[in-house]
Design a protein around this ligand. Sequence first.
Ligand code: 13P
Length: 232
Amino acid sequence: MIIAANLKTNLTRSATHSYINELELCTQQSAQEVIVFPATSSLDSYTTIITIGAQNAYPVEKGAFTGEIGLEHLEEFGIKTILIGHSERRHILGESQEFISKKFHFFKEQGFKIVYCVGEPLEIREGSKEDMLAYLSKQYEGIDTEYDNLIIAYEPVWAIGTGKIPTLEDIQDMHKELKQKSSAPLLYGGSVKVNNIKDILHVENVDGVLVGSAALYAEHFCSMIQAAQDLH
Ligand code: 13P
């Protein structure tokens, strides 16, 4: 299973160091693939078996892009994993599918492991299934779904940070649909917690999880890694 933590705009660099050190202990005893996406200013050269990824970077080596970081900044820390298409970047930062696809291809060319996020907002969810699938299909436009270093994360926007999750049947249904678009490992994200992770990981076609707020405490995230471990 792939157990990933998106720390978003949380944990300073020093707090992230303590966090990674704590996680290292539980990850060593597990066969799970653990990925952590620290805040940009918390990226560093961590000595760890955990995969460290960037939450974002501009599709350029370096240049005049105020406030952004480029490939050079990731290379400094040996980072070869990136999150692309997260709903917070789509909806809050206004990233278009065209730009997301450009970013995807830039980092694909660099051989990065790409965790690519898709997901529908509530108003789309409340419409027909056909419209929902059409909405999600647009998020695959310009994306190489056969890229061999690709992981997809299905994160319904309405389930992120709300404590609401789709029913297990809905997760199964959506993952079945999305597996037809790409055979890449498919994670579920959105209000995954210590108390629901086991049920979610049991769902067919769920290859792991992408966790936000419930992963902010290393102890909790370790419990989740352990839950994945217990499945085997
Ligand atoms: P929460 O786990 O806080 O709902 O966030 C999920 C998420 O956005 C992970 O990328």
